[in-house]
Design a protein around this ligand. Structure first.
Ligand SMILES: C[S@@+](CC[C@H](N)C(=O)[O-])C[C@H]1O[C@@H](n2cnc3c(N)ncnc32)[C@H](O)[C@@H]1O
Length: 207
C-alpha cells in the first residue's frame, strides 16, 4: 500500500468513515422527507401534545419542548449545544439538567404526565427508566413516548448515543413487564420513522 493510500485510510479511520461492514447498518434507515416545521407543528410534537395536561415533564427535550408548558429535562443543561442527532449544533432548552432515569427532584406521584420524544432509546437501563417515570406519575397520569421504529431499519445507527431499539410490540411488552400501567396503546406517527406508545399509571397501590 502506498504512503498516500495509507494516509487516506488513516484519515478515513479517524473520521469514522471506514466502518467495517460488521458494524454498519444492514438495513439503513432513510430519513423521512418531512419538515421543516414551525415550533409545535412537528407531527411527533402534535401527537404528544394532547398528553401534556397539567404539570409534567418532557424528558430529553433537547432543543424544543413538546409544549412550552412542559418542564424540560435533559442531560444537556439549558443553552448547552448538542453534539449528536437532531440536537447537534442546537441549544438545549432544558429547565432541569438531569438524567431521565434518576429524578429525585420529583416526589412519588407528583406529576400528571411524562412525555419523551426520541429519548427512551438513549438509556442503558430502560427498565429502571420506565420505573422512574412510573414513580413520578400520579395514578391515572399519562405516559407517552415517541421512539424510532425498528421496523424501518437499524435505528441504533441513527445516533452514536442510541442504546436500544424498539418495535411497537417490543415496547408494549416491555412496559407491560415493568407493570403499573393500564390502557396501553401504540400507533405510527411518521411512517417508516417513528411510533408512539401511550399508557396510564395504574391506580395507587398497584406496582
Ligand atoms: C434525539 S434527541 C431528541 C430531542 C427532542 N426531544 C426531539 O425529539 O427533537 C435526544 C435527547 O435526549 C437527551 N438525552 C440523552 N440521554 C439522556 C438521559 N440519560 N437523560 C436525559 N436526557 C437524555 C439528549 O441530550 C438529547 O437532547
Amino acid at each position: 500500500m502506498s504512503l498516500a493510500s495509507r494516509l487516506t485510510r488513516t484519515l478515513a479511520t479517524l473520521l469514522g468513515r471506514d466502518q467495517p461492514a460488521s458494524v454498519a447498518p444492514i438495513r439503513p434507515v432513510r430519513l423521512p422527507d418531512v419538515g421543516p416545521f414551525a415550533p409545535g407543528e412537528h407531527p411527533e410534537a402534535r401527537a404528544l401534545a394532547p398528553f401534556c395536561v397539567g404539570r409534567g415533564i418532557d424528558v430529553g427535550c433537547g432543543q424544543e419542548k413538546v409544549t412550552p408548558g412542559c418542564i424540560g429535562v435533559d442531560l444537556l443543561g439549558r443553552g448547552e449545544i448538542g453534539k449528536y442527532g437532531v440536537v447537534a449544533g442546537r441549544a438545549s432548552v432544558a429547565d432541569i439538567q438531569a438524567s431521565g432515569d434518576d429524578l429525585p427532584m420529583f416526589a412519588d406521584g407528583e406529576l400528571d404526565f411524562v412525555v419523551a420524544r426520541h429519548n427512551l432509546e438513549h438509556y442503558v437501563d430502560v427498565v429502571r427508566t420506565l420505573q422512574e417515570w412510573r414513580r413520578v406519575l400520579r395514578a391515572g397520569g399519562a405516559l407517552a413516548v415517541v421512539v424510532p421504529d425498528e421496523r424501518a431499519g437499524d435505528t441504533v445507527f441513527l445516533d452514536p448515543t442510541h442504546k436500544h431499539c424498539f418495535t411497537p410490540e417490543s415496547l408494549e411488552r416491555l412496559v407491560r413487564t415493568v407493570g403499573g400501567f393500564d390502557d396501553l396503546r401504540t400507533g405510527v406517527v411518521i411512517p417508516g420513522w417513528s411510533f408512539l406508545l401511550s399508557a396510564r399509571r395504574s391506580a395507587a397501590g398497584s406496582r
